[in-house]
Write a protein that binds this ligand. Sequence first.
Ligand code: CTP
Ligand code: C5P
Length: 340
Amino acid sequence: MSNNHNDIRVWCDGCYDMVHFGHANSLRQAKALGDYLIVGIHTDEEITRHKGPPVFTEQERYKMVRGIKWVDEVVEGAPYITSLETLDEYNCDFCVHGDDITMTADGVDTYHLVKAAGRYKEVKRTAGVSTTDVVGRMLLMTRQHFRRGPWEYEVEREGSSALGQDSAARSPWTGCSQFLPTTQKIIQFSEGKEPKPGDRVVYVAGAFDVFHVGHLDFLEKARKQGDFLIVGLHTDPVVNRYKGSNYPIMNLHERVLSVLACKYVSEVVIGAPYPVTEDLMSHFHVDVVCHGQTPIMPDTDGSDPYSIPKRLKKFKIIDSFNSMTTEKIVDRIIRHRLEF
Ligand code: CTP
Ligand code: C5P
C-alpha cells in the first residue's frame, strides 16, 4: 500500500508469458496514468483453460513482471475476468489494458465489467512484437531444423523482412522482426541517470537474447556488486558469431528495450565491443566487470574477452543460481510445439 491517500492506483492484468518489451511498454504507459501500479497475473491453470498452456510457469512469470521497473506490486493468480471487486480489493481507481480485445474461452470480453463501470483505460499496444510472434520465430527455426538436418535451426533468409533494422543491427538471423525502433522509445525506457560521485560502477556484457529469469537473477546479483549497473549488448552479427545457428532471436534494438525495462539496470551500451577494453572501462569509470556461470566464449582470435579486467583485478564471476538459458526456452517450445 502506498502512503499517500491521494495517490492514483492503477491495475493491469494479463498472462505476461515470455515477457517482452511490448508488455513492458504497456506497463510503462499504465504507470504514467497514475502513481502506483499493481499487476495481476493469471495462473497456469487459468491460462490453459482460456487459451492453451503458457511457455513459462506462473512462478517464472511473476518474477519477470516483478523485475520491470514500472511495477510496484504483483498480485499472483488474478482472475481472467477483471471484476470491480478485484479493483476495490486492491484499492485501484481503474484498470489499464492495450487496445486489443481479450476474450475468455466463451468469447466474453474480459474487461466488460470494468468498461461498463467506467473504470477502464486503454493504452497503445506496441506494434511488431507479441508472445505468439516470438514463439513463431522459434518454431520457424524448428521447421527448418527438421527439413535441413545439418543446418540446425537455420532460418529461411529470403523470407526475412528488413523492417526494424539499421546497418548496425542488420543480421539475417533476426530478420523476422517487424518492430520499428525509434529514439523516442529508447528515451521513454531509459533512466536518463548518471552515476553519482562515489558510486561503484558495475559492467556486464552479453547477448541477453529473449530476456529471461536467468538474466534477471544475474542482473540482480550484478547490481548488488555496486551502485550503478551498465549492461553492454553485443550486435547481432557478434552474437551470431559465437552462438551460431540463427541466434540471436531478438535483434539488438529489441534486446536494448528488454534490458532497459529491468529495474536493476542503470544504463545500456548499444553494440558493446566483444572484448572488454581498457577504453570502455575508463570511459565509464568501471570498478568491477562481472560474468555469470555460463561459459565465456573466446574472441575471434581465440583470446579471452575479459583479459583486461582480469589483469586489472577488476573481474568477478558471480552465480545467478538460475540455470535458464535462451536455448532452454527454444527447447521448451520445440518439445511443446504441438500445444501452441
Ligand atoms: N501488450 C502490448 N503490446 C504488445 C503485447 C501486449 O501493449 N505487443 C499488452 C496487452 O495489451 C495487455 C498486456 O500487454 O495490456 C498484457 O497482455 P497479456 O495478457 O500478457 O498478453 P497478450 O495481449 O496476449 O500479449 P501477447 O500477444 O504478446 O501474448
Ligand atoms: O548468455 P548471455 O550473453 O545472454 O548472458 C549474459 C550474462 O548473464 C552472462 O554473464 C551469463 O553468464 C549470465 N547468466 C547467468 N545465469 C543464467 C543465464 C545467464 O548468470 N541463467
